[in-house]
Design a protein around this ligand. Structure first.
Ligand code: GLC
Length: 551
């Protein structure tokens, strides 16, 4: 087994959505000092790397994914001294920080975009500007260059009357896509990487980084356009250059890959190509999108989920690639509410999901609050939502013919705010997150579901996560072994085996509230299970997850 599997396979990453983690100064928004206060909590959990979502200067139209200055810290999150203290304190505990680089686009408040707006040709060439028809006006801008859809709804082009040009924004209209075909842009971004490495940072996450290379000639067809620019024509070349010039070859890096393919992800992560250490792909998080549409509800399709895990796990292994393992992040509803049954089987659902991913081949990610079983929001009104995508789609869903009640039900199940409610530290009024007014409402169930309660209970969800993390570090078969999916159990079961040098682990997860046929485990030793009396050979209990080992 190669050294990379050893390097990446023993690590666990914890994601912090900074504005919702811990507020040290009572303004209702989490901050860097709040993270420093919780380092012992993270150390105790056993994680190695902490990914912090963007805390750079930003107007916050997309909660920091609209960066106005890559080298400065937004005052609402703290100061550079706060960051340096956090990095020092983390390192003292053996924890590395991972920074979130949003390089596909900048905020329109970024100095580069502002200079472009002032007509400076150097900076006009930093973005994807296209001339509008002569005589176009704000009221009558004419046809945009393509019919591509913004990920947040509507056309992906905005008309700028001061220039009589369109600019591309694959996300919000204040997030302008950079022109990676311009070598000066690539040099600027490599420089940003060196800036943060000089501050001692070595791990990086790259936001939607497979969207950086756009096709020539601005093509359109009857689709939303994403197939033109996802894994675009020069993406591999640009990533190789960024890694080389930014000095991050061999570092722990993860690329967020939107609408990607297995073949491309093998290329992104096979070490021979010197691109990313690992990738996020999202295919498994679309198995409950009716007709492939995030904004149409259906029950998760477990057969599709199994097939996707099999394809990606076995395919990445065969191609020498490396997966990130995750259910959850700041863009996803809480997975226990989504894939499990938190009313009847909260503990089982909240532990089944991580068992399924943490024992796979790759690097597991834990999103804040997942380790204590936090659930989606209990919001009852659209006025409680803050996310730009949710608010846009609440309207769009109604324009597509749904009633306001249906639109609310859909947003309630699918909103990015479902995973963004503040971390529940204790049972107090604001869950120990803030002494002020939280920027986004808490779920009332924080009285039962919170870190303090979880830490006091040796059989809690959090205690179970700690065991999973410890197993990955103790058992080379988990960190390095091969993987093969196994058929023959009940149709709601996902089962796979890991093998290394004569050791075998069998993992079985029942994604249903009914008993399911189990695979034989004779002679195996119990490795971990989310029931006190795990399945007796024949059947798996509702939402049971169990792993056996043969040495
Ligand atoms: C990624 C981020 C998401 C953000 C988008 C645009 O998908 O995870 O939060 O809105 O990129 O930067």
């Amino acid at each position: 087994m190669n050294s990379r599997a050893r390097q990446l396979g023993t690590k666990v990453v914890y994601q912090i959505y900074i504005r919702s983690f811990c507020d040290s100064d009572g303004d209702g928004t989490g901050d860097l000092r709040g993270i420093t206060l919780k380092l012992d909590y993270l150390k105790d959990l056993g994680v190695d790397i902490v990914w912090i979502t963007p805390f750079f200067v930003s107007p916050q139209n997309d909660n920091g994914y609209d960066v106005a200055d890559y080298r400065a810290i937004d005052p609402r999150f703290g100061t550079m001294e706060d960051f340096e203290e956090l990095a020092r304190e983390a390192r003292a505990r053996g924890i590395e920080l991972m920074l979130d680089m949003v390089f596909n686009h900048t905020s329109t408040e970024h100095e580069w975009f502002q200079k472009a707006l002032a007509g400076d040709p150097k900076y006009l060439a930093y973005y994807k500007f296209v001339d509008a028809e002569p005589g176009a006006t704000a009221e009558n801008p004419g046809e945009p260059p393509t019919n591509w859809e913004s990920k947040f709804g509507g056309n992906a082009w905005a008309y700028e009357p001061r220039l009589n040009k369109w600019y591309l924004h694959l996300f919000h209209l204040t997030q302008a896509d950079l022109d990676w075909d311009n070598p000066a842009v690539r040099a600027e971004l490599a420089d940003v990487l060196r800036f943060w490495q000089d501050k001692g940072v070595s791990c990086f996450r790259f936001d939607v980084v497979n969207l950086i290379s756009k096709p020539e000639g601005w093509p359109s067809d009857e689709t939303d356009g994403k197939h033109f620019y996802s894994d675009g024509p020069r993406v591999h070349e640009y990533l190789q250059e960024m890694v080389r010039e930014g000095g991050i070859d061999g570092n722990v890096t993860v690329g967020e890959m939107s609408a990607t393919s297995l073949e491309n992800c093998i290329r992104y992560t096979n070490p021979a190509n010197h691109e990313m250490a690992m990738v996020f792909n999202f295919h498994h998080l679309k198995v409950d999108y009716a007709g492939g549409d995030k904004w149409e509800l259906m029950e998760p399709d477990i057969d599709a989920l199994r097939t996707l895990f099999r394809t990606w796990q076995e395919g990445m292994t065969a191609g020498g690639g490396w997966n990130s393992l995750f259910w959850s992040n700041h863009d996803q509803p809480r997975p226990n509410s989504r894939f499990g049954d938190t009313d009847r089987y909260w503990y089982e659902s909240s532990t089944l999901l991580p068992t399924c991913t943490h024992l796979m081949r790759g690097t597991p990610y834990i999103y804040q609050g997942e380790e204590i079983g936090q659930t989606i929001t209990d919001f009852t009104s659209i006025a409680q939502y803050r996310d730009v995508e949710s608010l846009n789609y609440y309207q769009i869903i109604q324009e597509r013919g749904h009633t306001p009640e249906e639109a609310f039900e859909i947003v309630h199940a699918r909103s990015r705010d479902d995973g963004r409610t503040p971390m529940a530290w204790d049972a107090s009024e604001n869950a120990g997150f803030t002494t002020g007014t939280p920027w986004l409402g808490l779920n009332a169930n924080h009285v039962q579901i919170n870190a303090e309660t979880e830490m006091a209970d040796p059989h809690s969800v959090r205690a179970y996560f700690k065991r999973l993390i410890a197993l990955r570090k103790a058992e080379p078969v988990i960190s390095e072994g091969d993987i093969r999916f196994v058929d023959g159990a009940g149709d709601k079961v996902i089962a796979y085996e890991r093998t290394l040098d004569g050791t075998r682990v069998l993992v079985q997860c029942n994604f249903s509230g009914q008993e399911q046929q189990a695979l034989p485990t004779d002679g195996g030793e119990l490795l971990i299970a989310n029931y006190d009396s795990p399945s007796a050979q024949e059947t798996l209990h509702p939402w049971e997850a169990v792993a056996h080992i043969w040495r």
